[in-house]
Design a protein around this ligand. Sequence first.
Ligand code: DC
Length: 227
Amino acid sequence: MVITIDGPAGAGKSTVARALAARLGFDYLDTGAMYRAVALAGLRTGIDWENPDAVAALAQRINIELRQGRVFLNGEDVTEELRSSEVTRASRYVADNEAVRRRLIELQRQFAEGKNVVTEGRDQGSLVFPEAEVKFFLTASPEERARRRLRDYQAAGENPPFQQVLEELLLRDARDSSRPWGRLVKPEGAIEINTDGLDIPAVVDRMEAVVRETIAKLREKEKGPVM
Ligand code: DC
């Protein structure tokens, strides 16, 4: 079973996806972490970001693994490093690269094979797992999302001005929604949840109820009509 959670930066996807996966006993796939891992690898090797072929070759070369909520780049645990603003900024070159997207989508589908997963990103319900049993689309106001992003940075030891975080977030929204391939859209059939002013457990409660209802319906269907 696949549950997709898509939405813009800072909508709360990672937090609710992790919590929902834990409650259901599903695996959790953070696809943003994959894009970030390629960005970190590029920063470390001093890649020319304006050269899309070099970025694509890098994504082919490196090894990215997601295990027990940790992210490993060529075997090294880089989970915390991926949250820095430097990585966030560089990740746009990665996310805009179609060859990289194809490579990461392949890894995402491999990860989900034969598993129950909660996956989150921008294109999960629309492009990567169009057959997902349940799809969510999470939103929140730009100000709320910028506040959350700032908290992320602070947890990583940075403290950029709020206005700068907000402006960068609006720019990312524009990029995420306008790339020719794999752009952020509300997937067909997705349930939209605006997380403004909602606390995480309340959002996860709602999502869990929807998923459990779907599981019950699927089980009924499997049993077939009662004679
Ligand atoms: O969700 P996030 O901030 O960790 O995402 C990091 C970057 O990767 C961001 O530039 C958006 C991009 N991304 C994407 O293009 N497609 C996904 N499925 C997930 C993330």
